[in-house]
Design a protein around this ligand. Structure first.
Ligand code: SF4
Length: 323
């Protein structure tokens, strides 16, 4: 596919995302959405003032999210469910403009109850749901309860849909939590206040919450948190990584030792069973390049292996003791 076609497709996806955002979410600079409240305040505020253009990966992720919702809705319809509404808009009834769009709301008119289902489409489904997903769900359930006082919001769930090998996983059993909800509304109040003051020029630096996800923030390059050489907020993350690397080294050594011991037994005794497993000495053949012979061969033509080697660059995380 030509570069021109890819550029056209990306521009079209950008247009589609803008149209969809305008149609479903409206002007996001005029309210705080559920994801805004969970994110770093500076990131939320700068994105509202000057929304960065999404790259192709982000655009494709958006489409994947919409597709996941469509698939779930189609499956519910075929399964005979008719008691749900989609993209239900709910607003905080107080002064702070907080608004959320709920993927699915199930309603029982007979019992006057409601339940929220949030659909996610992650690249990998985690063993436990991300904190940000749960925060969003608690906010949604609280807002829905506020908006529908004649109903009882009974429960909520998160359905993760993976288009790869993982399929779907349901994270269930959430109920509205008044304390968590109030905490989120208070946080929204603080972010909104900072947004107003920053926009009026009365606040130089909105609150910053540096963490491991800063690498995906479009405002990292001029973020004051990263102006200094040392970023203490990443201490815990680096500490955990180093500890995991030590564990990995220890584990690899332990695994290697156990394999060597067992191989020594089966290589003498032959195959055996233990712990419901069959152990045997296996031999595999793989082709390797005889570089000595190849070098001699090339020499005959006035060339060497080096003539056919090229450099390629790659990046990796180097960690060493700081001075
Ligand atoms: S780089 Fe991190 S701390 Fe700075 S604005 Fe972005 S998310 Fe916030």
């Amino acid at each position: 596919m030509s570069d021109q076609m890819l550029t056209t497709l990306q521009a079209a996806l950008q247009q589609l995302a803008s149209q969809q955002t305008a149609a479903t979410l409206g002007d996001r600079s005029t309210y705080l959405g559920a994801s805004d409240i969970g994110a770093c305040p500076r990131k939320t505020i700068l994105a509202k003032r000057n929304a960065p253009e999404a790259d192709l990966i982000t655009l494709l992720r958006h489409r994947r999210g919409h597709m996941a919702e469509e698939i779930v809705a189609a499956a519910f319809a075929v399964a005979g469910f008719t008691n749900f509404q989609r993209q239900v808009e709910v607003r905080h009834t107080g002064d702070i403009p907080v608004m959320a769009h709920l993927d699915f709301v199930f309603v029982s008119e007979a019992r006057k109850t409601m339940a929220v289902l949030e659909v996610k489409s992650p690249e990998n489904i985690p063993t436990d749901p991300y904190g940000a997903w749960e925060t969003q769900l608690y906010l949604q359930m609280g807002l829905l309860a506020e908006n529908c006082p004649d109903y009882t919001v009974e429960k909520g769930a998160i359905l993760a849909v993976n288009f790869g090998a993982q399929g779907m996983r349901l994270f269930n059993g959430y109920t509205p939590q008044a304390t968590i909800y109030q905490g989120l509304i208070d946080r929204a109040g603080s972010i909104w206040d900072q947004y107003q003051r920053y926009s009026a020029g009365d606040l130089a630096f909105p609150g910053m919450e540096a963490g491991p996800l800063c690498g995906y923030c479009p405002f990292l390059l001029d973020c004051p948190k990263f102006a200094a050489e040392e970023v203490q907020e990443l201490n815990e993350n680096v500490e955990i990584l180093i500890e995991l690397q030590h564990q990995q080294r220890d584990l690899e050594a332990e695994i290697g030792l156990r394999k060597t011991d067992l191989l020594a037994i089966v290589s003498q005794r032959g195959p055996l069973k233990a712990h419901g497993q069959l152990l045997r000495q296996a031999v595999r053949t793989r082709k390797v390049l005889d570089t000595d012979r190849l070098g001699q061969f090339l020499q005959g033509y006035g060339q060497s292996l080096a003539d056919f080697q090229k450099s390629s660059t790659y990046s990796f995380l180097e960690i060493r003791k700081a001075a």
